[in-house]
Write a protein that binds this ligand. Structure first.
Ligand code: G1P
Ligand code: ZN
Length: 553
């Protein structure tokens, strides 16, 4: 260990053996808490991020996380390393808390070099759960692949990191502190974000809706980061009844649950919304770090793909978007519902690979205003990340303007644009080898699939999705196997890039219908023969031994 000093604070240089497994996935480096607790593991990744930044000296960084287990320890380590690495200022969410969209907003608002967000998003927390580190760049968006690749190469060769040995560093009380030459500014995590929301939406109208006697809502914060944001904005500022926000207190283990807003994991909300009588008019949930959203009505679930389409069709009702949209984008496996709206509105609609980072270039180049993914993520040009609470406010603003129910709005939408039945089947915790063989087989057979009949379906095209970024022409290959049928139905196969245990196979299935008589089917029934086709094309049972998915959304 070597030492130097800044303003009488000793900087230690710690020698390490390089870690070879710090490859960021779909959304940052995600590993088990146990892995992050391995001696020097977190430090090595943080040093690799720092080493990738030529302008780090004297720069401002934003720091915060979703409050999960190990969040506080990680903040302490990062503050000590930032000082040792010459960072000028860290703007830190109070108690180390910041939602992903709030952090993104702070990066651009305070013109920071970037931000470090501590989160494993919707993955379970607690000592036996997951932890993660994401780096967002100066545009407030996730580090692009070129940068995450560079960070990975740096980490694979990293032999030392720098840290000071003073601890603990202040993080709970709002105010400015000095640590060596670095300033730490601890800020209220909610304030800037809630101001931004009030500039986008019509808070007066939403407030009138939320305080009217015949309207009620339920927001499930899943004991994760949106608790303080939702309580402050929905209840304190907009007047939703107290108790409208449930599971509002962030807990390091998310109360033992999975902070993933879907029909399986947000079961308390789902039970409330599917009550025979007296269900709230509007229900919503957000995930661990506050970037996902699930939208429900009284006895009604809105698929994320439909939600994006409906938001696009109704964007003129929202003050910030009333002058029109530049364009829209969806990830490739997301249903084509938004394409139909874009077509009618004369908007460009981009199809990107899975992962928010692919929207960033389009947002920066002003090519799109709204974008979203089937995985409960929706966002806009207001920040360069997806944003859960923003989507909730968007829906509330639509409801306030249209004075209509969620279900009726969706049904009217289908009547006008047709309905895209949609489901995703996940096969989790597969042995890597089986997942790999299944994919090799799919790739090998891709060329022979075209024009082949399967059940009553005929395949029109089959390929492995390659994305050429229209802004910087960068190429991303192998972004999922696409099978498109002659009636525009689609089956897509991908492997997850966010899991920490084995491989997860995702199968996305979609069918478009315009016949009103066919709108009332149960989704799994409507897609039954396509689901069987998917299982047989990929021979899921043969390769994995599984006869059914682990999670259906
Ligand atoms: C999943 C989602 C993807 C989302 C990502 C981060 O990634 O499918 O849409 O952007 O989480 O929230 P995956 O595990 O599929 O790689
Ligand atoms: Zn998330």
């Amino acid at each position: 260990m070597k030492t130097a000093s800044v303003s009488n604070i000793r900087i230690n240089t710690i020698k390490i053996k390089p870690f070879k497994d710090q490859k960021p996935g779909t959304s940052g480096l995600r590993k088990t808490v146990k892995q992050f607790q391995v001696l020097d593991y977190l430090q090595a990744f943080i040093q690799s991020i720092f080493n990738s930044q030529a302008e780090l000296e004297g720069a401002t960084l934003i720091l915060g996380g979703d409050g999960r287990y190990f969040n506080r320890e990680a903040v302490q380590i990062i503050l000590r390393m930032a000082t040792a690495n010459g960072v000028g200022k860290i703007i830190l969410g109070q108690a180390g808390i910041l939602s992903t969209p709030a952090a993104s907003h702070l990066i651009t608002k305070y013109e920071a070099l970037g931000g470090i967000i501590l989160s494993a998003s919707h993955n379970a927390g607690g000592p036996l759960g997951d932890f993660g580190v994401k780096f967002d760049t100066a545009n407030g968006g996730p580090a692009p692949e070129s940068l995450t690749d560079e960070i990975f190469i740096i980490s694979s060769n990293l032999r030392e990191y720098k840290i000071i040995d003073i601890s603990p560093v202040p993080m709970d009380k709002i105010g400015q502190y000095k640590l060596g030459n670095m300033v730490i500014e601890v800020i209220d995590a909610v304030e800037d974000y809630s101001k931004l929301m009030s500039e986008i939406f019509n808070f007066d109208k939403i407030s009138r809706l939320l305080t009217s006697s015949d309207f009620s809502m339920c927001f499930d914060a899943m004991h994760a980061v949106t608790g303080p944001y939702a309580t402050s904005i929905l209840e304190d500022q907009l007047g939703a009844r107290q108790g409208s926000v449930i599971r509002g207190r962030p807990l390091p283990n998310f109360g033992g649950a999975h902070p993933d807003p879907n029909l399986v994991h947000a079961e308390q909300l789902v039970e409330t919304m599917y009550r025979e009588e007296g269900a709230p008019n509007f229900g919503a949930a957000s995930d661990g770090d506050g970037d996902r959203n699930m939208i429900m009505g009284d006895y009604f679930f809105v698929t994320p793909s439909d939600s994006l389409a409906i938001m696009t069709a109704n964007a003129h009702l929202i003050p910030a978007y009333s002058k029109g949209l530049k364009g829209v984008a969806r990830s490739m496996p997301t249903s084509e519902a938004v394409d139909k709206v874009a077509e009618k509105m004369g908007l460009n609609c981009f199809e990107t690979p899975t992962g928010w980072k692919f929207f960033s270039n389009l947002l920066d180049a002003d090519q799109i205003t709204l974008c979203g993914e089937e995985s409960f993520g929706t966002g806009s040009s207001h920040v360069n990340e997806k944003d859960g609470l923003w989507a909730v406010l968007f829906w509330l603003n639509i409801l306030a303007e249209r004075q209509d129910s969620v279900e009726h709005i969706v049904r009217q939408h289908w009547a006008e644009y047709g309905r895209n039945y949609y489901t995703r089947h996940d096969y989790e915790k597969l042995p890597f080898k089986s997942a790999e063989s299944l994919f090799n087989n799919l790739h090998d057979n891709i060329n022979q699939l075209s024009q082949k009949p399967f059940n009553q379906h005929t395949i029109a095209t089959a390929d492995s999705f390659t994305y050429i970024d229209p802004i910087d022409n960068s190429i991303s290959e192998n972004q999922g196997v696409r099978i498109i049928f002659d009636d525009s139905s689609r089956i897509i196969f991908r492997l997850s890039g966010t899991g920490t245990e084995g491989a997860t196979l995702r199968v996305y299935i979609e069918k478009y219908v315009t016949d009103l008589a066919q709108f009332e089917l149960d989704t799994q029934d409507a897609l039954k023969s396509l689901i069987q086709t998917a299982e047989s094309i990929a021979d899921i049972k043969g390769y994995t031994g599984r006869t059914e998915p682990t999670v259906i959304t």
